[in-house]
Design a protein around this ligand. Structure first.
Ligand code: HGY
Ligand code: MN
Ligand code: MN
Length: 400
């Protein structure tokens, strides 16, 4: 908690109490400085890669570029950015717990048998540019740098423009050499559900991440007067959008899946004008890839039918897609045994999901009493946060 305190005010909206930490905004820049300062205070070698991911090394000089230690490091950490009005724990808990674990191990004069790194991945939530886990995807080479540079934020600024304004070189976006030095990744995260409340455990180990993604739906109609345009003469995109939300909700119930429209933009946005356009973002998730694909197909058919009934056009574009992830079987079994912790799946996405395609990866979850996340109400008790640090310490003892 002492480590979370210095960043408590950064990016917090005083009105809502939620965090607005979006990649490369002022809060994110302050958090970057904080992370670099924590690395320096511990004498850890620090680097920021071309994608804005930050890494602090214990037992490895990042500038030595030694090949001897290729693929041997144990990586810990998470992210510091947030969703709009996010909570204090989603992301930051994993970063501060990693530093706390390093402190504990060093205080005990522990010498790791392999390098330990603490990472803060850039833009995990994708709140500004729309693509979730952009930093880890770029580092791993699964997001095309040219596509990323052209992504626009709500003000129409491209990532390339934003990087340049922050003194970064857009040409350095892409695969990160430091990842080649990583052999295992363990991300600690606040639980975004109540499995641990039900099982009565402070800490759990992840088995899998549900496949999920974000789709942008553009409903294009014709602006007109709200009072003088008879209903049959309208080409109003709003009813088509509304029908799509209702249909998606029904499909998600039927499939035992999830469908959420958390962001919608209406143009021109006048109370007494029929909108010309409604743009909405569908976040959809399911227990397996086939169910997700089936549900999405059905929702898009519903959207087209609703659009045609309102005589408007609809176009759908995928903004980010993450297939199902199953975490490394041996690693998760070993950690669950070492920590005497239960195994549980999650419907939330993580950088650990991206890295799991390249290195054995595991996740530790810390109990969240209400299960609420992506909200200022997100919480973890101090004692459980301490148990999380204990678990990370034991993880390092087990693996390094
Ligand atoms: O959206 C997610 O699943 C995650 O919390 N980034
Ligand atoms: Mn999140
Ligand atoms: Mn997170």
């Amino acid at each position: 908690m002492n480590l979370l305190a210095p960043i408590e005010r950064i990016g917090r909206d005083p009105r809502t109490g939620g965090y607005r930490r979006y990649v490369w905004n002022d809060a994110d820049m302050e958090l970057r400085e904080w992370f670099a300062g924590e690395a320096a205070a511990r004498g850890m070698a620090y680097e920021e890669d071309g994608n804005g991911n930050q890494v602090a090394w214990w037992g490895f000089d990042s500038h030595a570029r030694s090949t001897d230690e290729g693929g041997s490091a144990l990586l810990l950490g998470s992210h510091l950015d947030s969703v709009p009005d996010g909570g204090a724990y989603d992301g930051p808990l994993g970063v501060v717990s990693a530093f706390a674990a390093v402190d504990r191990l060093r205080a005990d004069d522990f010498t790791p048998s392999r390098p330990i790194a603490v990472a803060c991945f850039a833009d995990e939530e994708g709140a500004r540019f729309g693509v979730a886990c952009a930093g880890s995807r770029l580092a791993a080479g699964t997001l095309d740098p040219a596509r990323a540079l052209a992504l626009k934020d709500r003000d129409g600024l491209t990532l390339a423009e934003v990087l340049t304004a922050r003194g970064r070189d857009p040409r350095t976006l892409g695969r990160s050499a430091w990842l080649d030095r990583v052999g295992t990744f363990v991300e600690l995260h606040v639980e975004q559900g109540r499995s641990l409340v039900h099982s009565g455990d402070a800490v759990g180990v992840a088995t899998a991440i549900w496949p999920h993604g974000r789709w942008r739906l553009d409903f294009e109609g014709r602006a007109d007067h709200a009072g003088t345009t008879p209903m049959p003469d309208r080409r109003d995109p709003m009813p088509a959008y509304a029908a799509t939300v209702v249909a998606a909700t029904r499909r998600a119930y039927e499939e035992g899946a999830r469908a959420t429209f958390g962001r919608v933009e209406v143009e021109p946005g006048g109370a007494n004008a029929i909108p010309s356009r409604v743009t909405a973002w569908l976040d959809a998730r399911a227990a397996d890839d086939a169910v997700l694909a089936r549900m999405l197909d059905a929702i898009l058919v519903d959207a087209r039918e609703a659009a045609s009934a309102s005589r408007v056009r609809v176009e759908a574009a995928v903004e980010s897609a993450s297939p199902a992830v199953t975490f490394d079987h041996d690693l998760r079994t070993r950690l669950a045994a070492a920590l005497d912790a239960p195994l549980l799946p999650t419907g939330a996405g993580h950088d650990a999901g991206v890295l799991s395609a390249f290195v054995p990866t595991a996740m530790l979850f810390v109990r969240n009493p209400s299960g609420v996340s992506h909200s200022p109400d997100e919480h973890a008790d101090d004692a459980d946060c301490a148990a999380g640090v204990d678990a990370l310490v034991r993880t390092v003892l087990e693996l390094a």
